[in-house]
Design a protein around this ligand. Structure first.
Ligand SMILES: [Zn+2]
Length: 220
């Protein structure tokens, strides 16, 4: 079976930057599974996988506009240090917040005196992505997967591979409907610290909701 719309595809991949540094790899996490044609992954990678069959390997070059977009200075904003209340901001800390562009993942880029610079760009914005992929499997999606817009593992939504325990029940947690923001998994709470459920473990190739390959917005 060829990779096409309405197939569930599992790929192994290594992602490198222009300098050849490895940014991410499926590695020990195992293959990344996604529903093809449902915008589960970045467009450039999805296009690269289209038409392949299990066992195929390929190098896929993804320009910023088909990846995480160009880097935009407009997504930088200054906030006063005291906006963080009791939380101590640290450079590199990430959290979700409502902005004039909707819910975004913001990264603390700079702290200077009483001013904190927040960066709403994705960490891979402006970067050309070099993927080496291998198609592990291709199968027809099930009806429930098509209606949910993502693959199911272990026979259910959010089965297996979910986020860490205890996170899923809170509003904005792993299995909530989430926002369409990149990396929009887990914890919409402001001040959620780096190292949270999805901040470091989410496959970067996954566009949204990347808990395991579930990323669910459903209760089935
Ligand atoms: Zn589901």
């Amino acid at each position: 079976m060829r990779v096409a719309k309405e197939t569930v595809v599992a790929i192994e991949y290594t992602l490198k930057d222009d300098q050849g540094n490895i940014i991410d790899a499926s590695g020990d996490r195992g293959p990344m599974e996604y529903l093809h044609g449902a915008q589960n992954i970045i467009p450039g990678l999805e296009q690269g996988v289209d038409g392949l069959v299990a066992g195929d390997t390929k190098s896929v070059l993804v320009p910023p506009q088909l990846g995480y977009g160009e880097y935009s200075e407009k997504l930088l904003q200054l906030v006063p240090l005291n906006a963080f209340g009791a939380n101590t901001p640290q450079i590199g800390m990430r959290f979700h917040a409502e902005t004039n562009l909707g819910m975004r993942v913001l990264t603390i880029k700079k702290i200077e005196g009483e001013e904190v610079t927040l960066d709403g760009n994705h960490e891979l914005a402006g970067k050309t992505l070099h993927f080496d992929i291998k198609v592990v499997s291709v199968r027809a999606a099930e009806l429930t997967e098509l209606s949910h817009g993502h693959p199911h593992q272990s026979g259910g939504c959010c089965g297996g591979g979910g986020c860490g325990s205890g996170e899923a029940s809170s509003e904005g947690g792993c299995c909530s409907t989430g926002e369409a923001s990149e990396g929009g998994c887990c914890s919409s709470e402001e001040g959620a610290t780096a190292g949270g459920c999805c901040s470091t473990e989410q496959p970067v190739a996954q566009k949204q909701g990347g808990c395991g390959s579930g990323g669910c917005g459903c209760s089935a």
